[in-house]
Design a protein around this ligand. Structure first.
Ligand code: PLP
Length: 494
């Protein structure tokens, strides 16, 4: 290739105009050598000559030449500078052409992953607690103390499976608060519930095994199972939680059943005791329950009605992995969650965890252990529970006032969200789009569902109240109602 032609591209927008010229020249020459446009053995003009011909500073050329010489793309001899003879990659091999590279993109599994939309953290974004109410000063004190305790050794990889201090604190807390039957040896700490689900998929099932998922259900779990190569089977949910028909047990027996039994996500049902026992009984010896207790810390059941304890505690050593997270109770960015596995598999499960993931966050884990032991967590929980209960009641009232008293509002026994069912309403994604324009975040219920034969996806809105300012709730729900009306009156062109 003619060098003049190549250099004509030096100031083209496609050559990263934000980079200094010397780097652009370096990249231009390197790419031309790699893809063969500058053939091995070709002589390059002297740096002085090229600078004069191309109207650039000699230092610019010197920089590019020296860098390419150092990296082996150019060779210097008595006669000057020449292109090294190297194996050529052709045009497709250079960076930036990946989209056109046919087979070498993302895996088929990756292509099927649920794409998480970036949604603004406005009221009613589901899944977040009140980050403004986070106990900053007490948390900061525990963090400082933990930093004071660790030595350089603890800055290396942390203990896989979690800091012993935290495992002990969690085992005590879960036994007392959720009826989880465990010792610290059964507890494993990982970076978020999503990672816990990933560990279950990889350590408790093999590629091709069947996993039953609630439908509608938590979208991230679908992605995790898909990426682990499992066959997901969407199972309908009714007022008592996951409701598999008799036929399903025979036709698609599960290796894993993923459940959110305390507060089905997103419809809010509490899995009945009958179903809990039925799942345990029917699975005996053939598969696992993954019990995602993601938001049951905040129980809003009527006074005197205690929340159902965890499935894990129903039968000693049952094949249940109990999963919990600090994302709702403290903050999602903390990325600390935990799993409790049966005694008889704990050692091998621990080896699996150590083989898959490196441990970290030793300091945060120590701080959290102290925060739990000193009662900070319980105090925070006690302070927030009535606030969330009030917010939920206000949201419910405002929804009834704006959408009609008979509107179908689901959930609310626990957690931080309500689900508004709109079977006859306009498309929920349209409402969400218009509500965003009015400064309100809501999530479309249809995003959580998978359509199947005789199983259309449900239409509605999933509304988190964790971050909602109580004074503003009526006004914000009014905006949501306006967005809904607007979607009815001005449907999008088909
Ligand atoms: C059902 C369910 N499980 C778990 C989580 C939390 O996951 P993580 O600990 O990865 O933040 C969420 C978060 O929204 C959730 O909705």
């Amino acid at each position: 290739m003619n060098l003049d032609q190549l250099l004509a591209g030096l100031d083209a927008a496609s050559v990263s105009p934000e980079q200094p010229r010397q780097q652009r020249l370096y990249r231009l020459l390197k790419e031309a050598i790699v893809d063969g446009r500058l053939a091995g053995g070709a002589r390059l003009p002297s740096s002085r000559q090229l600078a004069a011909d191309a109207g650039m500073a000699r230092n610019t050329v010197l920089y590019a030449y020296q860098q390419l010489l150092a990296e082996g793309f150019l060779l210097a001899d008595r006669r000057g500078t020449q292109v090294a003879s190297l194996p050529q990659l052709g045009r497709a091999g250079i960076a930036g052409a990946a989209d056109e590279m046919g087979g070498v993109g993302l895996s088929r599994r990756a292509a099927g992953l649920h794409r998480r939309a970036d949604e603004p953290l406005l009221p009613f974004a589901p899944g977040v607690g009140d980050l403004n109410a986070f106990p900053w000063s007490s948390w900061a004190r525990h963090l400082r103390k933990a930093w004071g305790e660790v030595s350089a050794r603890q800055l290396a990889y942390a203990e896989a499976g979690g800091e012993p201090l935290l495992l002990r604190a969690l085992a005590d807390d879960l036994r007392a608060r959720r009826g989880v039957d465990c010792t610290p040896e059964q507890v494993f700490v990982v970076a978020g519930a999503q990672m816990a689900l990933d560990a279950c998929a990889r350590l408790l099932a093999d590629a091709g095994d069947t996993v039953w998922l609630e439908n509608p259900g938590y979208t991230a779990v679908r992605s995790v199972m898909l990426a682990a190569g499992l066959q997901s089977l969407p199972v309908p949910v009714d007022g008592q939680g996951m409701a598999p028909g008799e036929e399903l047990w025979k036709s698609h027996p599960p290796r894993l059943i993923y459940l959110t039994p305390s507060h089905q996500y997103p419809l809010g049902a509490v899995l009945s005791l009958e179903r809990r026992l039925e799942f345990l009984g029917r699975l005996a010896g053939s598969g696992w329950i993954i019990e995602d207790d993601y938001d049951s810390e905040f129980c809003h059941a009527s006074p005197g009605r205690r929340p159902l304890p965890a499935i894990q505690g129903l039968q000693s050593d049952a094949p249940v992995v109990y999963v919990g997270t600090f994302s709702k109770l403290l903050y999602p960015g903390l990325r600390i969650a935990y799993m409790v596995v049966p005694r008889w598999i704990a050692r091998r499960f621990g080896e699996g965890i150590a083989g898959l993931y490196r441990g970290g966050q030793a300091v945060e884990q120590r701080a959290l252990a102290r925060f739990i032991e000193n009662g900070g967590l319980t105090r925070h929980l006690r302070a927030m529970a009535p606030i969330y209960r009030r917010r939920q009641a206000l949201l419910r009232q405002a929804l009834q006032a704006n959408f009609g008293a008979a509107v179908d509002i689901l959930g609310g026994e626990a957690g931080l969200h309500l689900t508004l069912r709109l079977p006859q309403g306009p498309c929920d994604r349209e409402i969400v789009r218009r509500a965003a324009g009015l400064g309100v975040t809501a999530r479309a219920l249809s995003d959580y569902g998978v359509a199947g034969p005789g199983q259309p996806v449900e239409n509605g809105l999933v509304l988190g109240y964790g971050m909602a300012d109580e004074k503003l709730i009526p006004e914000l729900v009014g905006r949501l109602a306006r967005a809904t009306l607007d979607a009815v009156q001005h449907p999008p062109a088909q």
